[in-house]
Design a protein around this ligand. Structure first.
Ligand SMILES: Cc1ncc(COP(=O)(O)O)c(C=O)c1O
Length: 400
């Protein structure tokens, strides 16, 4: 029987607690709702407690990625120039990729490793050429690759590393947070992520000069809020000091309402991560330990030496039947269990790639396989109950 209106297991159950709502209401009542002191507070919190590196809040993870590439091509930086090549794993999000092209750079896709769903380091080595200047690494589903090997490859080939950490807030590799390995990183606080501010994200970089440039790009290209604002107003005495535009710009700012909600959630990130971990392990054990389990599917382990803050629960079906994934996902939906592709599947196959005539004259067999055989289940921020776990497990087995 079709049961399309009743969701029994959703992709997301983010929890807005009363402290989050009260903090947002306080901002609203102050009548100063645009970017201001709350944004500064969440940035300081993120910088001091989460990544220990310079952090700026923006209105989304996508905006964070855009600002990173716009900083790299900026005339004040010139680390990348038109036509330079950036590598990216084929299992990525739309706005992991498009900021590269929107910044006049070329992309080349790298295949993924089936045991991590993250970049395949052998294919990465093969894809590096003289034109390769940067790597947009995507920590897919919160998991990561062998970061020691990856850092060596980047160092050896003088590759600028950008970490798209939008799905991996709280994941660590050898006890070091993902998002702190590269030259830049981005985080997302969208509704379905580990914490949410509604919409929101963070852009991080160790380089304080780049941070200042991103700060300016985030807000119209003006000089307000920059640490050298005073000397700029002395230099440009003929221009009103609040209206000096030193760079090109966007408006990618957040609001203090979003910052207030995000900050309260960040304060309880340890609890959120431990609940998500509990849910991941409980569901995995219930599925793999079930007497009906007969190798129908695989659920991944954390990358060696890492503690993965899973974004969702990846299920890789082992059947070679091309129609099996659609069959299973359809059955699950009928039972109210929501699923989705691993990020967006093999992005090289998306119509937007043809629209922009991006040439792909190489194969991405593992990304194709993931397209054909894998999907993920959501992971919630509230502990799964035994009855929900039982019904989820039973429904999954009756969908196979
Ligand atoms: C890997 C990855 N990068 C970037 C983004 C963009 O984040 P946002 O939705 O905050 O723009 C997402 C969104 O889900 C993502 O999964």
């Amino acid at each position: 029987m079709k049961n399309k209106n009743k969701i029994s297991y959703s992709l997301t159950e983010s929890v807005l607690e009363s402290v989050d709502i009260n903090s947002a209401i306080k901002v609203l009542k102050s009548k100063k709702i645009t970017m201001g002191p709350k944004t500064k507070q969440i940035e300081a919190y993120f910088q001091n407690k989460i990544v220990k590196t310079n952090s700026l809040m923006v209105n989304s993870g996508s905006s964070a990625n855009l600002l990173i590439f716009q900083c790299l091509i900026n005339p004040m930086v010139k680390k990348l120039k038109s036509g330079d090549e950036v590598l990216i794993p084929a299992i990525c999000w739309s706005t992991s990729l498009w900021p590269i092209i929107q910044s006049g750079l070329k992309v080349k896709f790298v295949d993924i490793d089936l045991s991590t769903l993250n970049i395949d380091l052998n294919d990465l080595k093969k894809k590096i050429s003289k034109k390769t200047k940067a790597l947009m690494l995507v920590h897919a589903l919160g998991n990561c690759t062998d970061m020691t090997k990856l850092m060596n490859i980047c160092k050896k080939n003088k590759i600028i590393l950008i970490e798209d950490t939008c799905e991996a807030l709280g994941s660590t590799y050898k006890n070091k947070p993902l998002g702190t390995f590269g030259d830049f990183s981005s985080f997302s606080f969208y509704y379905s992520h580990h914490i949410t501010s509604g919409e929101g994200g963070m852009v991080c970089t160790k380089n304080t000069k780049y941070l200042e440039i991103i700060k300016s790009l985030r807000s119209h290209g003006w000089s307000r809020d920059l640490s050298n604002n005073k000397s700029l107003s002395n230099k440009y005495k003929h221009i009103d000091k609040n209206w000096i535009f030193i760079n090109s710009g966007f408006n990618l700012r957040t609001t203090d309402v979003n910052a207030a909600i995000g900050l309260e959630q960040l304060k309880r990130i340890k609890t959120i991560l431990s609940i998500r971990k509990y849910n991941f392990l409980k569901i995995k054990k219930s599925l793999l330990g079930n007497k009906k389990y007969d190798n129908q599917f695989t659920i991944l382990n954390d990358q060696k030496d890492s503690n993965t803050a899973w974004f969702g629960i990846p299920i890789i079906l082992n059947s070679n039947d091309k129609k099996y994934k659609q069959y299973v996902m359809g059955n699950l939906l009928d039972k109210g269990i929501m699923t989705r592709p691993i990020i967006s599947g093999n992005f090289a196959k998306q119509p937007s790639i043809q629209l922009y005539k991006i040439k792909i004259n190489y194969k991405l067999p593992n990304a194709d396989l993931i397209d054909k055989k894998a999907f993920f289940l959501g992971l919630h921020n509230i502990k799964i109950t035994n009855s929900k776990l039982k019904s989820l497990t039973d429904n999954i087995y009756s969908s196979l």
